[in-house]
Ligand binder design. Structure first.
Ligand code: DGJ
Length: 576
């Protein structure tokens, strides 16, 4: 068998990247975020695109690990892979760049029919600076560290140093320039995560003399104006939160400069992921989590969103990572991050049960993307073998989303298009909530969770995880349909869905709803470059009888999508 060295593989990858580029003379439009009537979408090749993603483990972007990455992504049927680029590997010596790792990712993603989101592990990674090159780590004079209020140096670069910032911006700009060169024809790379869970662990802010001087000065007028605050020093304007807000402004401005330098080379959409503030149930002797202890101080956490939006306009999305099983917390986080100026994107989630429900919920809230963390077959499992993915089980998908993503993947373009029009809703089960309604004008989709559902009895709910979920999108009726009819796309897991006229809209509705047909099938992928809702629908079979008389049933492990045509008929015989 012919064996290629990794260097040969890399140069092959580079060649292929170049060759593909040469075949496509007309560049596709660059990915961009668009907004319409309060709804947002990521446009890819000019069409709404839903990133149904998976993020690989931190040390999996290496040539030796990638062969264990692609099969997991294929098995999970994701359309997008999130993969890190390491500053220490990209710029091993000042100004000497090695793009072989990036080329391998781009080439591998193309080969596996995937889009790519690159994660810039630069100055920050989980609130520390572990991915900066050795020549930066060892030169603390030129590249100052953050200093605690006791004078100790942290393994965090100071966000108040222009030398740190400019070194990062220089490397990041080189990365973006390279991406433009190798990818502007194909647009395999969709978005860039600038840094990773920024902010600092170990101190609320930098207490170096230079940072202290800045802290003692006035809050910059531009920030004061954007936040609508009275002028003053950090302490007078922000009171007890002054240290944390100062850290947030320092970090956001630093990252904005880095992102701006990158966008000047190749203006892809850019986002920052967030190590959010979690409640403190588990903390003793504390009534609230502390910045720099329980979460990195200065990152785009819930309390810093307005400030970050003001100080980092080059960052298109602040994107919360979500690692909790607490659904109420997810609802709260979504309320905070889904804003007219901030599309909802959840770039990392845990891998245990419940995250499928969270995916459906996020889609109903208009998410432009959702991604499980740690999806590959490298055997890394965070020590929790119950999550799957143990070293011994290197081919078991380590994610509860392994059911949801394959179900939704064929619908991804339509979900994105519906969300941009505001035509999609989802329902998710919660403890004590086994039946709910989604309103589409005067038509309700009644969603009942769990099986068996017996006539005359209330829905039982799902026995184990209470994670039933359903998705309903209203789509255009076919040409020639009778007026008043309605078409919906429907799917779910552990849920049944039936349609009726909304009971409280009229005491005596003159009409009733009836199913004309319920077709199990999928949209043709052939037309994937055109508007998603105009793609041809291929019917595999028509559901009727037991499959429709008491609602459309989507049990666990279901992989069906139904297009249902409803029409209205009079309640009583029209008088002749
Ligand atoms: C969040 C980080 O962003 C990831 O890189 C990874 O470290 C995960 N935490 C691990 O749970």
């Amino acid at each position: 068998m012919l064996r290629l060295s990794s260097a040969a593989v890399v140069s092959l990858a580079t060649l292929t990247v170049g060759a593909v580029q040469a075949q496509s003379p007309t560049p596709r439009p660059i990915p961009q975020i668009t907004r319409q009537d309060g709804h947002a979408s990521l446009l890819v090749d000019g069409q709404p695109f839903l990133m149904l993603g998976a993020q690989i483990n931190n040390s999996s972007s290496w040539p030796s690990a990638l062969p264990h990455v692609w099969p997991a992504l294929e098995q999970m049927h994701v359309n997008t892979v999130e993969a890190p680029v390491y500053w220490e590997q990209l710029e091993p010596q000042p100004g000497h760049f090695d793009f072989s790792g990036v080329d391998l990712l781009v080439h591998g993603a193309r080969e596996h029919g995937l889009r790519l989101v690159l994660l810039w592990f630069g100055t920050w990674k989980n609130g520390q600076a572990h991915y900066v090159p050795e020549w930066i780590k060892t030169d603390t004079k030129r590249f100052p560290r953050e200093v605690t209020n006791r004078g100790n140096l942290l393994d965090v670069l100071s966000p108040n140093s222009t030398a740190n910032r400019d070194a990062d911006a220089h490397a990041f700009a080189a990365l973006m320039r390279h991406l433009r060169e190798i990818d502007q024809a194909d647009r395999t790379v969709l978005m860039i995560q600038v840094e990773n869970e920024s902010g600092s662990i170990g101190s609320v802010r930098d207490f170096s003399p230079a940072a202290n001087r800045e802290f003692a000065g006035p809050v910059p007028p531009a920030l004061i104006q954007k936040l609508g605050k009275p002028a003053g020093t950090w302490a007078t304007v922000f009171g007890a939160d002054a240290d944390e807000r100062f850290a947030a402004f320092s970090t956001a401005s630093y990252i904005d400069t880095v992102a701006r330098a990158g966008k000047a080379e190749y203006p892809l959409p850019m986002y920052c992921n967030v190590w959010i503030t979690y409640p403190v149930h588990a903390l003793e002797h504390r009534d609230h989590p502390s910045p720099g202890q329980e979460y990195p101080s200065g990152g785009p956490q819930q309390g810093n969103i307005d400030l970050w939006k003001a100080a980092a306009p080059s960052i298109d999305v602040l994107a919360p990572d979500f690692y909790s099983g607490d659904f109420k917390l997810l609802e709260q986080v979504v309320r905070e991050y889904r804003r007219p100026d901030n599309p909802l994107f959840i770039p990392e989630t845990g891998r245990g049960p419940g995250f499928g429900r969270d995916l459906f919920y996020a889609l109903g809230q208009g998410a432009i993307g959702f991604s499980a963390f740690g999806v590959d077959f490298t055997g890394w499992s965070m020590g929790d073998e119950s999550e799957g993915g143990s070293a011994a089980e290197k081919t078991v998908l380590p994610s509860s989303l392994a059911e949801d993503v394959p179900l939704l993947r064929p619908l991804a373009p339509q979900i994105a298009a519906l969300n941009l029009q505001g035509g999609l809703q989802t329902a998710v089960e919660q403890p004590g909530l086994t039946r709910t309604r989604l309103h589409f004008g005067d038509i309700d989709a009644v969603v009942s969770f769990g099986f068996p559902q017996r006539d005359g009895e209330s829905a039982p709910g799902t026995k184990t995880e209470q994670d039933g979920r359903a998705l309903v999108g209203q789509i255009p009726t076919p040409p020639g349909s009778q007026p008043g009819g309605a078409d919906f796309l429907v799917t779910g897991l552990n849920a049944s869905i039936r349609f009726e006229l909304a009971p409280n809209l009229s005491d005596k509705p003159a009409t009733q709803l009836e199913i004309l047909s319920a077709e199990e099938g999928e949209f043709s992928a052939v037309a994937s470059t055109g508007p998603p809702l105009s793609a041809a629908w291929r019917t595999a079979r028509v559901w009727n009888g037991d499959q429709t008389d008491r609602g459309l049933n989507f049990p666990a492990h279901n992989r069906s999508v139904i297009r249902i045509h409803l029409h209205r008929l009079p309640l009583t015989t029209p008088s002749r």
